[in-house]
Design a protein around this ligand. Structure first.
Ligand code: C5P
Length: 322
């Protein structure tokens, strides 16, 4: 992506602008169990998430007025398109941040979004963008909102948003907003396949039959902490798979194709519709990625790896331009 030239806001060419640039990652769920339905209508979850090196890129440029505008820099193959108004979680996050700080109403910004992470994919793209907006807005407008307050705002915006304030790997509980950080195992080779049709998280949860006996996260957690890719691959689990596959038949087709690769384990991510496999090496992952692209020409195929704790936090660059 090219974002090298200073973005000039119309009408105010000479005023210094603050620019904050963010690369914010996708996530996959190595494990996801649904423990029950809550009185607020949400589901009680226990999930192990890890960030992967598939990034949306955002640039926030301060404005001299109170307006917030979101500009999508690339056309993305997407069923409904990406909204650029108040429906977008970036706008909601920035507005909540301004409300909460009580200081921000004097400030606005232009947001340039280069979208790489597909939506309705179970990869947390919109949530990751929202977390990036909270961190970037806090810096851009010099609000000094505390990390714990940002976490609270993130949880109000969406269940997956808090995870992206931390990145790396974590067990997420409650609606997904209670974060227990783990020492992240970076460098696990992964191939992610996104079929042409996505799935709505709300619809998948609404059709889910609750399990009679919830599984325990302990097995995969032990494997993850021991750092054995083979064992992690064998312990993958996602309670939402059957429901999602019943709603989108491409998921079964992709799963079937993964069984013909050298994947050490494979499953759906989040509420779908994307599906991933873990591989013994980047070389085998690349081979499988090429093969899957040929077998599934309608789907998007990404080859990458999980991010370690130090590399997966949202990276922020801040500078002034005239
Ligand atoms: O929190 P978020 O807006 O991402 O959730 C989208 C929808 O997914 C919710 O409206 C709810 O229907 C469902 N959901 C759920 N339990 C969760 C997370 C999401 O039922 N823990």
């Amino acid at each position: 992506m090219k974002m090298t030239t200073a973005y000039r806001v119309e009408g105010e060419p000479c005023q210094a602008k603050i620019v904050v640039e963010v690369a914010t990652p996708a996530k996959i769920n190595l494990y996801l169990e649904v423990l029950g339905k809550r009185p607020d209508g949400f589901h009680e979850l226990e999930t192990l998430m890890t960030a992967v090196n598939w990034f949306d890129r955002l640039r926030f440029v301060s404005r001299p007025d109170e307006q917030i505008h979101l500009h999508l820099l690339n056309p993305i193959r997407d069923r409904n398109g990406i909204p650029t108004d108040h429906r977008n979680l970036i706008i909601r996050a920035l507005n909540r941040l301004r409300e909460e700080s009580g200081l921000g109403w004097l400030h606005g910004c232009d947001v340039l979004l280069y979208k790489a992470i597909p939506s309705e994919a179970g990869l947390g793209g919109a949530s990751s963008d929202a977390a990036a907006a909270l961190l970037a807005g806090n810096l851009l407008w010099n609000l000094n909102v505390s990390k714990s307050k940002l976490h609270e705002l993130a949880a109000q915006i969406g269940s997956d948003v808090p995870f992206f304030l931390y990145g790396g790997a974590a067990i997420c509980r409650g609606r997904g907003e209670r974060i227990e950080e783990l020492k992240a195992r970076g460098g696990l080779p992964v191939v992610i396949v996104k079929p042409p049709t996505g799935l709505s998280t709300r619809e998948v949860f609404s059709q889910l039959q609750l399990p009679r006996n919830a599984r325990s996260i302990e097995t995969i957690l032990r494997c993850y902490e021991a750092g054995s890719p083979n064992q992690i691959g064998k312990a993958l689990f996602n309670q939402l798979t059957e429901t999602a596959a019943g709603m989108n038949h491409q998921i079964r087709e992709i799963a079937e194709q993964f069984t013909r690769t050298t994947a050490i384990g494979h499953q759906m991510s989040g509420s779908g519709s994307s599906y991933f496999g873990l591989f013994p090496s980047l070389k085998t992952a690349r081979q499988a990625g090429r093969w899957l692209s040929l077998r599934l020409p309608e789907s998007g195929v990404f080859v990458g790896q999980t991010l370690g704790t130090r590399t997966s936090r949202i990276s922020v660059r801040q500078y002034s331009v005239r």
